[in-house]
Design a protein around this ligand. Structure first.
Ligand code: GAP
Length: 435
């Protein structure tokens, strides 16, 4: 994990927010490679969940919603962790996590043996004020999950898109939680992104759709390259269900710090639509046109953390590989769909810069392509291996005469001579092939 964290900073994937001020705990910035990785992951999710289906619509709602939203959703009342304070060092701990060494005297006692207060609930929602005054009436919340606006916008979206049950609404966006103990790099952050789908179904069909979406979502992670040895489904025990959930299963990934949730699939029942109906006074039930039955749809939710999945992708891809001759290379074996740079184009010598810049410009109409003429070719290949670039295209002095380039593949390092006029098709085949 330490090596990966340092690679992420050095190569500009992910590093602490406000780093020059010493960082801010639980907040992370994505640099040039990181933002591409994240955007690719979001685009891939959007493609599979929204674009390829005619029963899912997209949405982009605000981070701040009407504060009543969070009363109706149950977050104001329930979205909290029980916390205890140490009377000596004034630190705060989660009441269910006191079996850890005391930060003041780690060799002598656990936190449980400190002078602790009674447990009190600590709400995890971040707050702000709207307008000029700073009082209870102007308090608003930064959303703790993106899905609530999907419920409050449900009627509008369904009517505008002329959808009938079953159908879903999907959204990707930032969520904020005042996590008490942000840790494991980006895994538990205070600002993060979620990609959520709320799928509205008839009450008689909720179990079937829950199973369907769980299978779809596991398939998605497999497609990204997570093998069975690092991916598993863990159904929730009844006592760990969130306040809104009737049933839930976590999709877990084996991180260097253990098995951890990257996605939750939840049967939310009619909790959200019923509560928003109650709190807003607007009826969110639907009528089945054939049977004329009026009902509140049940919701099956799939909620994946973009940052957590990006971290899982990096952990899954990272490898230090021994090469012949005692050399080693660091390589990120990222799936081409999420790789930040799809191909690097490299003139063997700076004298060949001009035609290679033209090739780069051509290819950039389709993909993120990197031009690099600095340093020897071996070093340039290594830099691309570390960035997870699936293919390198090298233009040499022979290319001038035979109109061919060498394409080097990241994982096996095989090289192949390809005619320039077939290069685009060759790259497409390798970068966009579906399993
Ligand atoms: N709408 C349901 C919901 O928010 P959740 O299990 O609390 O459910 C869903 O969150 C996903 O969001 C998690 O599986 C995780 O990937 C991501 N997530 C939640 N809290 C996070 C945090 N503090 N940092 C990074 N990702 C987080």
């Amino acid at each position: 994990m330490d090596e990966l964290v340092s690679l992420c900073a050095r190569r500009g994937f992910i590093f602490p927010s406000s780093e020059i001020y010493g960082g801010i705990n639980g907040f992370w910035d994505y640099g040039p490679l990181g933002v591409e990785l994240k955007n690719n992951l979001k685009a891939f999710w959007w493609q599979r969940v929204v674009r390829e289906r005619d029963d899912v619509e997209g949405l982009d709602s605000t981070v701040i919603a009407h504060p009543r939203t969070w009363e109706a959703s149950g977050h104001v009342e329930h979205f909290s962790d029980p916390m205890v304070d140490c009377r000596t060092c004034k630190r705060r701990f989660r009441a269910d996590h006191v079996d850890v060494p005391c930060p003041e005297a780690p060799k002598q006692r656990s936190v449980a043996e400190c002078d602790l207060t009674e447990a009190r609930n600590f709400n995890l929602m971040l707050r702000t004020f709207i307008g000029a005054s700073e009082d209870a009436a102007s308090t608003a919340f930064l959303r703790a999950e993106t899905c609530q606006s999907i419920f409050t916008d449900f009627k509008r979206v369904r009517e505008a898109a002329r959808q009938k049950i079953p159908f879903g609404i999907a959204q990707i966006g930032k969520a904020f939680r005042n996590e008490i103990n942000p840790r494991n790099f980006t895994f538990r952050s205070r600002e993060f992104e979620q990609a959520e789908l709320e799928f509205f179904v008839h009450p008689s069909e909720r179990e079937r759709w829950f199973e369907y979406w769980l299978e779809q979502r596991v398939g998605f992670h497999r497609e990204l390259g997570f093998g069975d040895d690092r991916l598993r489904v863990r159904p929730h025990e009844p006592d760990e269900l969130a306040h809104y959930a009737k049933a839930a299963a976590d999709v877990e990934f084996l991180f260097p710090f253990g098995w951890q949730e990257i996605e939750g699939v939840h049967d939310r029942g009619d909790w959200d639509l019923s509560r928003h109906t109650e709190y807003s006074g607007k009826d969110l039930a639907v009528t089945d046109e054939q049977t004329k039955e009026r009902f509140v749809p049940m919701v099956v939710e799939t909620s994946v953390g973009i940052d957590r999945t990006a971290l899982a992708l990096l952990c899954n891809a990272y490898q230090e590989e021994a090469l012949e001759g005692g050399d080693t290379r660091t390589v990120l074996r990222l799936h081409p769909a999420v790789a930040p740079i799809k191909a690097a184009v490299l003139p063997l010598s700076k004298k060949l810069a001009e035609p290679v810049r033209r090739i780069a410009a051509d290819l950039r109409r389709h993909w993120n392509v990197f031009y690099d003429d600095a340093g020897n070719i071996g070093r340039r290949y290594r830099r691309q291996d570390e960035a997870g670039t699936p293919l390198c295209v090298t233009y040499d002095f022979e290319s001038e005469d035979d109109g061919q380039v060498t394409v080097r593949e990241r994982d096996g390092m095989q090289q192949e001579r390809i005619a320039l006029d077939g290069l685009e098709a060759y790259l497409r085949e390798r970068l966009e092939a579906r399993p």
